[in-house]
Every structure is written in C-alpha cells, then in structure tokens.
Write a protein that binds this ligand. Structure first.
Ligand SMILES: Nc1nc2c(ncn2[C@@H]2O[C@H](COP(=O)(O)OP(=O)(O)OP(=O)(O)O)[C@@H](O)[C@H]2O)c(=O)[nH]1
Ligand SMILES: [Mg+2]
Length: 410
C-alpha cells in the first residue's frame, strides 16, 4: 500500500454518502432528499488523524508534513475517498442504477456502508416513516457479493477450461480473476486457506463459488458500518436493534449533516469548532472573540445539535469513520526521513517529518523501502541504528526510517 489509501462509500440512495464525503473533505458533492442524487462518482481527499512522531521529540512546532498537516502532534494523513451512486435490492439484476458503477470501487482498500438509521427512507431511498434499517446491512452485503460474484461467474467457463488446460494451481487461477480488485496472491491464498475446500477447482459448484466470493469480499474489503442520521429522534431504537445483530467493532455512529453544518459555520466565523470533537464555542461563550453573533434560529439549531449529537455521542462521529477504517485495515504510520539525526529531508529549516505513509502491520522495512524508493535500499537506518530488510516495522520503535540508496548518501 504505497499509494494513498482509498475508501469507498456504499449504501442505499439517500443514506447520506455524499453528505459524509462533504463532511470529511472540502468537497461540495451534490446531496438531496431524493434517490440517486449521485450518478457520477465523487472523489475527494480526506484526512485521518494519527499520532505523529514529532511529539516524541518535542518537535511539534517544527513538524511540516508535505501532505496534510500536523497540529500539536496530531497529524492529518491524506486518504482518498470515493462516493458512488446508491445501491438498491436487486441492483445486480439491473434495478435502480444497476451495479456497474461499483467497478469504480475495485481498488478500494476498505468500504464504508452508510446506513440511514432514522428509518425515514425505504430500501430504495424513498421518503417514508418507520422503516427498519437493520435489514439493510445484509442485503447490501449481498449486493456487493453479487457484484464480484457476477463478474467471476461470467468468465467461469473460460477460467475453468484454462485452469484445466494449463494445470495451474487454484491460487493462481483465482488470483488472475481477483487481481482486478487489487488482490495479491497472498490475499487469494488466505481466502482459500480459510475455506478448507476439499473439491478441486474444476468441480466447484455455484455454492462453492459464492462462498469463495463472500470470503474474498470480507478479506479484501473490510467494511465500516456508519449508522448515519443519529440526530433524528427515531434513531435510538434502530441503533439498538442493529447493535444486537451486528459486530459492534464495525459500527460507528454518525451525523454527517451536523458535521457539514459545524464546519460551515466555523468557516463563516459564527463558531469555533474543533473538527471531530464535542467542543463548539459561540459569541455567547466567547464574548471577546471576533466570532459573529448568530440569530435565534441558528442558536436553537446549534443547541439542538449539541443535545442530540455532541453531548450524547461525544462528536458527530464522522472522523471516527476514517479511524475505524484504518483500524480495520491494520494500518500504522511510517515516517521516512532523509536525515535520521535531525528528521529533516535535508534542511531543518524546511521542517521535520515531512513524509508519512500508512502501511499494514507486519510490513517489513524492505517492503517500505520499495514503496518509498520504488526499489531496494542499500541500507535502512532507524533511530537506533541499522534495520534488517526483513524486520517488520514496530510502531514507536522502528517507524522512523532513513533509506540509503548508495553508501555515498550516508
Ligand atoms: N437528519 C440527517 N439527514 C442527513 C444526514 N446526512 C445526510 N442527510 C440528508 O439525507 C439526504 C440524502 O443525503 P445524500 O448525502 O444526498 O445521500 P446519498 O447517500 O449520497 O444519496 P444518493 O446520491 O441518492 O445515493 C439529504 O437530504 C441530506 O441532507 C444526517 O446525518 N442527518
Ligand atoms: Mg450521493
């Protein structure tokens, strides 16, 4: 994962995918209370917050990331976000906008399923009351399976014939089909290992293929479930129902619309708002500040938002969506520096810890050198001396690295 991480937003129409994208970025994707507002995908850069290495050395005020930013040791690392059209039950059979647009998500590292927990939109995203959103999680997963499964099955007779003719092994044959989703031979092998299949590939029936696809999707696309619209009075009952059914470790509570509003008011100078926090200050709270006063209507809106969202849940939750995705992916930051003694890229006056990439836990120093240099390093040096190529990166210990191309570089 040398490139930027890509996170895709999926869900039924009107669940709040585009609003969530806007809440996490400076994008202004079109949103609307009617299904299929989004047709073409919206791409934008979001930032995930991590602990920066600068704070270990008291260098917070010298820290100057090339991309993103760093404030008091909290570093914002850019990640790519992609919001696509809504899926409805039967999308794989052409319902709604179909499922072809999911091909844009083939290279996603993780997905976020945005669920509307207000119960005010039905399975097709049409306005209603009292809809039970707890069923959305299963059918949407089914549509993702049907997308990958459909692509695989369409080519299966040829794939199978070729497999027999070339006497290939199942990992190789399957990897050829899954590589288009950014799968690696290791991922494909892991999928087959998990299933302990006893039948040879040429005899796999539809049920076996479905099982393989299900395991592949769960392995390749870890999915955060964002329970959105928690600001709605009917949300609580739906959240409880979903919490009883689903793995709690995948759930994040969000109010995307609240985050959009807070960021906008902060930008317009009406409030002071620390993104992702519960802290909002108005002119009433800070009379000596240069904040603009708000009218009664806006004041009430903010009070309501604080009561329904910020005080009850601690934040609007949208920032936690990206943190959860990073956690599910098992990503850790690695800081590559050109000078291991002063952590700069040559000149301290240009700042320190300028480069940071996110890599999977277990990635070795050698693998990181390939991501950073595009090739093998002559030597890899950490703060405590040389590091072997096959040494996995350890957060807080061997995550600040200098890659030397030639001995002369030292
Ligand atoms: N109450 C509430 N409404 C929200 C929230 N997030 C989004 N909405 C509203 O839900 C409606 C749909 O939002 P969108 O972001 O357009 O939904 P989408 O999932 O992108 O929809 P499609 O593009 O049609 O698939 C809009 O009217 C939003 O204002 C939220 O957190 N709370
Ligand atoms: Mg949309």
């Amino acid at each position: 994962m040398g490139r930027d991480i890509l996170i895709g937003f999926v869900g039924k129409p009107s669940s709040g995918k585009s609003t969530m994208l806007n809440a996490l970025t400076d994008a202004t994707a079109k949103t609307g209370s009617f299904p299929f507002t989004t047709i073409e995908p919206n791409r934008a850069v979001g930032y995930v917050q991590i602990d920066c290495a600068c704070s270990r050395y008291g260098l917070e005020d010298k820290c100057k990331p090339l991309y993103g930013g760093c404030t008091n040791g909290r570093r914002s690392v850019p990640i790519q976000l992609l919001d696509v059209a809504g899926l409805i039950p039967g999308a794989h059979a052409g319902k709604g906008l179909g499922n072809k647009f999911l091909d844009d998500l083939r290279h996603a590292d993780a997905l976020v399923h945005v669920v509307d927990v207000s119960g005010t939109t039905d399975s097709e995203g049409k306005a209603c009351r009292g809809y039970d959103p707890s069923v959305d999680i299963a059918w949407l997963h089914g549509e993702i399976i049907a997308w990958v499964g459909g692509n695989l099955k369409a080519k299966w007779p040829n794939t199978r014939r070729r497999h027999i003719a070339t006497k290939a092994n199942p990992v190789k044959t399957l990897q050829n089909q899954f590589s288009g989703y950014g799968s690696t031979p290791a991922i494909t092998a892991k999928v087959l290992d998990k299933l302990h299949l006893s039948t040879p590939l040429e005899d796999w029936d539809e049920e076996t293929i479905d099982k393989i696809v299900d395991t592949f999707v769960r392995t390749k696309f870890p999915t955060v479930i964002a329970l959105n619209k928690i600001d709605h009075p009917d949300a609580d009952a739906n959240i409880s129902k979903i919490a009883r059914k689903e793995n709690p470790n995948l759930l994040v509570l969000t109010s995307a619309i609240s985050e959009v509003l807070l960021r906008r008011l902060a930008k317009q100078g009406f409030i002071k708002y620390e993104e992702g926090s519960e802290f909002v200050d108005t002119k009433d709270d800070l009379p000596d500040s240069d904040l603009k006063p708000m009218d009664e209507k806006l004041k009430n809106h903010i009070t309501n938002l604080q009561d329904m969202v910020l005080y009850r849940h601690g934040s609007t939750g949208v920032v936690n969506v990206l943190l959860k995705a990073i956690e599910l992916l098992g990503l850790i930051p690695v800081f590559s520096v050109k000078n291991i003694n002063n952590f700069s890229n040559g000149n301290v006056s240009e700042g320190v810890f300028r480069d940071c990439i996110l890599v999977k836990k277990g990635t070795t120093a050698g693998e990181v050198s390939h991501m950073v240099l595009g090739g093998e390093a002559m030597s890899i040096v950490g703060v405590n001396g040389n590091i072997a190529e096959d040494e996995p990166i350890v957060s807080g210990k061997t995550d600040i690295l200098n890659f030397r191309l030639k001995k002369a570089d030292s």
